[in-house]
Design a binder for this molecule. Structure first.
Ligand SMILES: Cc1ncc(COP(=O)(O)O)c(C=O)c1O
Length: 396
């Protein structure tokens, strides 16, 4: 079967969050994490069939979907779960916020590693918890959790650790030993783990399998709230269907109690799309990964020859985390926006001087965006050259 990822529909005037931001401006949007590709044909067909039924009433999580998720976790991650471990959610951000409310009490600490997807930084605050940030280390071209720093900054009231695995924005797939060290620390300190694994099916490196945190050991299983969704994998984030996997009954009860009366159920289109995707979307997904690998490599090669920019290998996600500090550009997202490319600003992730580029788009559009970035840097270097009377740096 072949899939066309080369030409994407025009998303302007569709109220797309990604494209609407630059409506009427010539800026290529490579920011918020959705892809420009149409979702798998099998998902579209299932949605059409559901609409044709015509009745759009309140809908329970279909038993067949619960089975599809169990089969998915079993076949992809060798993870056997019970049906009642699943808690359905309209989104992962909801799950992060509920986890912060469900664990500990007012004033307790929630720990996370920065840079990180912005809701990790706001969810603890929304819940009246104290946010403790542990800056990641960047040794040998790989971003890692800093265990020494974690030990030093987490106080006696640390109750919850928010883990992003694979990691947005740095694109890491954490190895078993890295995860084990984190779980050991949480075990010693009796800290619950909320493991956001929304990007788990977007691993691009063939030799780095994603390992769900909860599968590491019985101890890990009993202290982990895992958050997952088909939304990134199959490009259906607008349908709002996600789930938590919580094995420990007490933790699950607290999580459900924190949701009560506030979190709405998933809409029926979300359920329908999720089941079709998990059952029938894998051929599309395999083709998608090939396109993303090529886009990733192209971004890596292009960015690393742009003066003053650096990007490290992306193991998972369709996001490249770009270090613009050597360029001296203080606000890289604003700088490149002026040059016609819309990136995410590193400051929102807790690390100014960086920018995040979403390469989940048609290769042709990506090429155009990369050319614009190079041109913007070229004209900056040129103007500095004229101003300072020095040669622009050709490489880092
Ligand atoms: C790590 C991570 N978690 C959660 C989300 C968003 O999840 P949702 O749209 O289901 O709230 C994103 C989207 O970019 C993400 O990267």
């Amino acid at each position: 079967m072949t899939f066309d990822f080369g030409s994407t529909p025009d998303r302007r005037n569709t109220a797309s969050q990604k494209w609407e931001k630059y409506a009427g401006r010539d800026v290529i949007p490579l920011w918020v994490a959705d892809m420009d590709f149409t979702s798998p044909e099998v998902v579209q067909q299932a949605l059409h069939a559901r609409i044709d039924h015509g009745v759009m009433g309140y809908t329970l999580p279909p038993a067949s979907l619960v089975e599809a998720v169990r089969e998915y976790l079993q076949s992809r991650y060798a993870w056997t779960i019970e049906p009642d471990w699943l808690v359905w959610l309209p989104g992962l951000v909801t799950g992060l916020n509920v986890a912060c409310r469900a664990v500990g009490s007012s004033g307790d600490e929630v720990v996370t590693a920065t840079p990180v997807y912005p809701p990790f930084l706001t969810a603890p605050i929304h819940a009246g918890r104290k946010l403790v940030q542990v800056p990641m280390t960047a040794d040998r071209n790989r971003w890692q959790w800093d265990l020494d720093r974690l030990e030093a900054v987490a106080g006696a009231r640390a109750r919850l650790l928010l883990l992003c695995s694979p990691h947005n924005p740095v694109g890491r797939v954490f190895a078993r030993e890295e995860l084990e060290r984190l779980v050991d620390w949480c075990d010693r300190r009796d800290v619950v783990i909320c493991s956001d694994e929304i990007h788990c099916d977007l691993v691009l490196d063939r030799d780095r399998p994603h390992i769900p945190t909860a599968t590491l050991s019985a101890a890990a299983r009993d202290r982990t709230i895992t958050l997952m969704a088909p939304s990134k994998t199959f490009n259906i984030p607008g349908l709002g269907c996600a789930f938590a996997v919580i094995a420990a009954p007490g933790l699950r009860r607290r999580f459900r109690r924190a949701m009560a009366g506030i979190v709405p159920s998933v809409n029926l289109m979300g359920y329908t799309a999720a089941e079709a995707a998990y059952r029938h979307g894998w051929a599309w997904h395999a083709a998608l990964l090939d396109v993303l690998r090529a886009n990733r490599d192209r971004v890596h090669a292009a960015v690393n020859i742009m003066p003053g920019l650096a990007a490290w290998p992306v193991e998972a996600t369709y996001l490249t985390w770009i270090d613009a500090r050597p360029s001296g550009i203080e606000q890289p997202a604003a700088f490149f926006e002026k040059g016609g490319v819309g990136l995410s600003d590193g400051a929102e992730f807790g690390l100014p001087g960086f920018a995040r580029l979403n390469f989940g788009c048609a290769p042709g559009l990506l090429e155009k965006a990369l050319a614009r970035m190079a041109a913007a840097l070229g004209s900056k270097a040129h103007s500095r050259d004229v101003r300072d009377g020095v040669s622009p740096p050709m490489d880092r």
